[in-house]
Design a binder for this molecule. Structure first.
Ligand code: BES
Ligand code: ZN
Ligand code: ZN
Length: 490
C-alpha cells in the first residue's frame, strides 16, 4: 500500500477524512471547505462545531467527505484516537484511495499528520487472531485500500521521513498488539524469545537467549524459582542494539510473565484469563528496541526480558520459601503472586552488573494496587532522577502515554524487611502496594543513580475500540521511542 503526501487539488479520494479543531481558525477552514466542495455558504458552519467525537459526513461527486471534530486544543493522543476510532468503526466500508487532512498551522504539521496517520494505520488492526473466519480482517493488509494520501498544501522535505517513521512504528505496535493478545497456550517464554530473535535478524541487532540451563549457570535464581511450577521453561532474553558506538547505553528491562496464575498463592478465577497480558512490560521493551533499530536511531540499547509462566505445580515455590537471586541477595517469598518483582530483581541486577547502562528503565504489569491508584489513565512512575522523570512526564503528556510519579521514600522500605532473609517480596500491610513493590526493585538496582520503574498494570491491557473486552495497547512503545529520540538530540 502506497502512502504519500500530496497538495490539495481536484483529484478526489474515495474518502477524505478531515480533522478539525474548534479554535479561531475553524470558521475560515469551514468556509474553505464549503467552497472546495461547492456547498452552499454556511452549511458546514451551521451544522458542525468540531466538538470532540462529532462526526459529519456528506457526499461530493459521489465521494465521501468526513469531518472529524476534535474539540478544543487536541494533542497527539486526541488526533490519533479520532482517526483510529473512525477507521476502525468504518473499516469495512473504506476502500480505494483514502485522504487525510488536518487544519493546523505549519508549526503543528508534523505531529498532527503523524498522529492522524498512526491512527489510520492502527485503526486497520484486527484482533480476530484465532478466528476460523477472518472475514472483515485487516483491510490494509489486503487490497481494499490502495493508497493513503496525506493531503496538505505545505511543501517540505520531511514528509517522506514522517510517513516512513509512522508506518514503521504502527507496524511495531500492531505486532505487539498480537503478542499481548495471544493466549498463554500460544505464547510461552520461548515465543517471546522467537519474537525477539526474528526482530533482531530482520533489523540488524543481536539477540541472545539464555535457556534454562544457561540461566542455572549464570545464577538467575529468582527467575528459576518462579518458573519451577511450569512445564514451559523460562528464558532470559538479552537484546543489544548499537546505534551510537562509543556513546552511552540505555538499559531496558521488561517483565515477561506469559501467564500469571498467582502460583500457590492462587489468584481468584474471575479475571484470571487477563493474566495472559502479564508480559506487557516485555512487549513494550521488545517493541522499543524493534522500532529503534528499524529507524536506525543513534542510541545504544540493551533490552533484557526475564520470561516465565507463574503456574501451580507440586514443584512450585510455596509461600514462606526463601530463594536466591542473581545479585546474591536472598528473598523470602511471602506471596508467590508477587512474582514480577522476583524476575525483575534478576533482570535489574544482571543489567547493572553486565552492562552498567547510563539510564535504566524497567516496565512491568506489576501491581493491582497501581490500578487502584491511577486506573488506566497513567502508568505509575518511580525514579531517583528528576530530569528523566520530568522528560517522561512531558513526553507522556504530549503523546498520550501518561506517567504519574509516586514516591520512593525510604519509610516504605521498612515494610519489606524479612526476619530470615535479606528482603521479603510482600509488605505486611495492605497499603501502598505499588510503592513497596518499587522499593523491592530498588534493592536490586545496586544504587544505580538513574533508574526509572514504570508500573504499567493499568495501561498495558485495557478497554478500547478493538475489542468488546480488554485488549493490548502497546503502551510504552511511543513513549520510549520519543524518549530515545530526545536523547539523541542531547
Ligand atoms: N500481574 C500481577 C499484577 C496485575 C494485576 C497486573 C492486575 C495487571 C492487572 C502481579 O504479579 C500481582 O499479582 N501482583 C499482586 C501483588 C500482591 C500479591 C502483593 C497484586 O497486585 O495483587
Ligand atoms: Zn502475580
Ligand atoms: Zn504478575
Amino acid at each position: 500500500m502506497n502512502i504519500l503526501q500530496k497538495q490539495i487539488d481536484n483529484e478526489l479520494s474515495n474518502f477524505s477524512i478531515i480533522a478539525l479543531e474548534s479554535n479561531h481558525d475553524l470558521e475560515n477552514y469551514l468556509k474553505t471547505l464549503e467552497s472546495r466542495y461547492q456547498l452552499s455558504s454556511g452549511i458546514l458552519l451551521n451544522n458542525f462545531k468540531a466538538e470532540a467525537k462529532e462526526v459529519f459526513h456528506f457526499l461530493y461527486q459521489d465521494k465521501h467527505i468526513v469531518l472529524l471534530g476534535l474539540g478544543k486544543k487536541p494533542g497527539f493522543a486526541e488526533y490519533l484516537k479520532a482517526f483510529r476510532l473512525y477507521v476502525h468503526q468504518n473499516k469495512n466500508r473504506l476502500s480505494g484511495d483514502i485522504a487525510i487532512e488536518t487544519m493546523v498551522s505549519p508549526e503543528n504539521l508534523e505531529w498532527t499528520y503523524k498522529a492522524a496517520l498512526n491512527g489510520v494505520l492502527l485503526g486497520g488492526y484486527c484482533i480476530k487472531l484465532f478466528k476460523a473466519d477472518k472475514n472483515g480482517c485487516a483491510p490494509f493488509q489486503g487490497d481494499k485500500i490502495t493508497r493513503i494520501v496525506l493531503q496538505c498544501d505545505n511543501k517540505n522535505d520531511h514528509w517522506n521521513q514522517w510517513i516512513e517513521e509512522t508506518r514503521q512504528i504502527s507496524e511495531t505496535q500492531m505486532s505487539i498488539f498480537d503478542l499481548v493478545n495471544s493466549p498463554s497456550n500460544k505464547k510461552y517464554p520461548q515465543i517471546l524469545a522467537n519474537w525477539a530473535k526474528n526482530s533482531g535478524i530482520k533489523n540488524g541487532y543481536s539477540v541472545d537467549i539464555l535457556d534454562k540451563a544457561q540461566c542455572e549457570n549464570k545464577g538467575l535464581e529468582a527467575l528459576l524459582a518462579v518458573s519451577k511450577g511450569s512445564e514451559n521453561p523460562p528464558v532470559f532474553i538479552i537484546a543489544q542494539y548499537l546505534g551510537n558506538p562509543g556513546g552511552p547505553t540505555i538499559g531496558l528491562v521488561g517483565k515477561g510473565v506469559t501467564f500469571d496464575t498467582g502460583g500457590i498463592s492462587l489468584k481468584p478465577s474471575a479475571n484470571m484469563h487477563m493474566m495472559k497480558s502479564d508480559m506487557g512490560g516485555a512487549a513494550a521493551v521488545l517493541g522499543t528496541i524493534d522500532i529503534a533499530a528499524k529507524m536506525n536511531l543513534k542510541v545504544n540499547l540493551v533490552a533484557i526480558v526475564p520470561s516465565t509462566e507463574n503456574t501451580v505445580d507440586g514443584l512450585a515455590i510455596k509461600p514462606g520459601d526463601v530463594i536466591g537471586s542473581y545479585s546474591g541477595k536472598t528473598i523470602e517469598v511471602i506471596d508467590t503472586d508477587a512474582e514480577g518483582r522476583l524476575i525483575l530483581a534478576d533482570g535489574l541486577s544482571y543489567i547493572v552488573k553486565n552492562f552498567n547502562p547510563q539510564i535504566i528503565i524497567d516496565l512491568a504489569t506489576l501491581t493491582g494496587n497501581c490500578i487502584m491508584a491511577l486506573g488506566s489513565a497513567a502508568a505509575g512512575m518511580f525514579s531517583n532522577d528528576n530530569e528523566i522523570s520530568a522528560s517522561l512526564e512531558n513526553l507522556g503528556q504530549t503523546f498520550g502515554e501518561k506517567v504519574w510519579r509516586l514516591p520512593l521514600w525510604d519509610i516504605y522500605k521498612e515494610d519489606m524487611q524479612s526476619d530470615i532473609a535479606d528482603i521479603k517480596n510482600l509488605s505486611g500491610k495492605p497499603v501502598a502496594g505499588a510503592i513497596t513493590a518499587a522499593k523491592f526493585l530498588e534493592y536490586f538496582t545496586e544504587e544505580h543513580p538513574k533508574w526509572v520503574h514504570l508500573d504499567i498494570a493499568g495501561v498495558a491491557y485495557t478497554d478500547n475500540e478493538f475489542s468488546m473486552n480488554r485488549s493490548g495497547t502497546s503502551w510504552g512503545i511511543r513513549l520510549l521511542f520519543e524518549f530515545l529520540k530526545s536523547q539523541t538530540k542531547k
